[in-house]
Design a protein. Structure first.
Length: 202
């Protein structure tokens, strides 16, 4: 549609999730209207965040230090691990101020349609963390949709015979088919407070 670097910019912006061709074009021309210093600052921030962030070696949350701030905080409850799909879910739960334990980021959910099975997630790393005698509870906080439920069910069955570990799942209150990152603090907080434990005999 456009010549040279303008079209290149639109094409690159169009690769971002949730950004269609019209949105990409609108953002591109907005950027072109900004002062050079502002655009250079944005470019520098993008470069810096890519260079300086990585996954925590303990919980696999995105961080600029290792271990991450949450894992190395002595005030956190190290007996409770909340299992989530993505790093953005950690942020959503932290906003509720209802949970003071640790996290484990799976890196997605089980989705046969997308070719993603249990072996593609960080489930083995979770199992290894449970060898720590401090851990007494695993909270399954996967998204309340088909993939999230399948992932939670798989993990619950896998951990069913683990001695000394209680397994719980976030309670109702979250909309079916929704994502944790879009839940408001009150709804997510109530879901956490009312979480139910998984029957290991089922």
């Amino acid at each position: 549609m456009y010549d040279g670097p303008v079209q290149d910019l639109i094409d690159e912006l169009g690769r971002l999730p949730g950004i269609g061709p019209k949105s990409a074009q609108r953002i591109a021309f907005w950027l072109l209207d900004q002062p050079q210093a502002d655009v250079e600052r944005l470019a520098q921030v993008l470069s810096t965040v890519k260079a300086n962030t990585h996954l925590c070696s303990v919980c696999f949350n995105v961080t600029d230090s290792d271990p991450c701030r949450i894992c190395r905080d002595p005030r956190r409850d190290h007996g409770s691990i909340c299992v989530v799909e993505e790093s953005k879910d950690v942020i959503a739960i932290e906003r509720t101020r209802e949970f003071r334990g640790l996290y484990h980021v799976l890196g997605g959910s089980i989705s046969p349609i997308d070719g993603r099975g249990p072996g593609d997630l960080r489930i083995a790393e979770l199992v290894r963390r449970l060898s720590d005698p401090q851990v007494t509870e695993v909270i399954l906080a996967t998204d309340p949709n088909l993939e999230g439920d399948a992932t939670a069910t798989y993990i619950a069955r896998l951990l069913a015979d683990t001695p000394g570990i209680r397994i719980s799942r976030l309670a109702s209150g979250l909309p079916v088919g929704g994502d944790l990152e879009y839940a408001d603090e009150v709804t997510l907080g109530r879901a956490f407070s009312g979480r139910r434990y998984v029957d290991k005999t089922a």
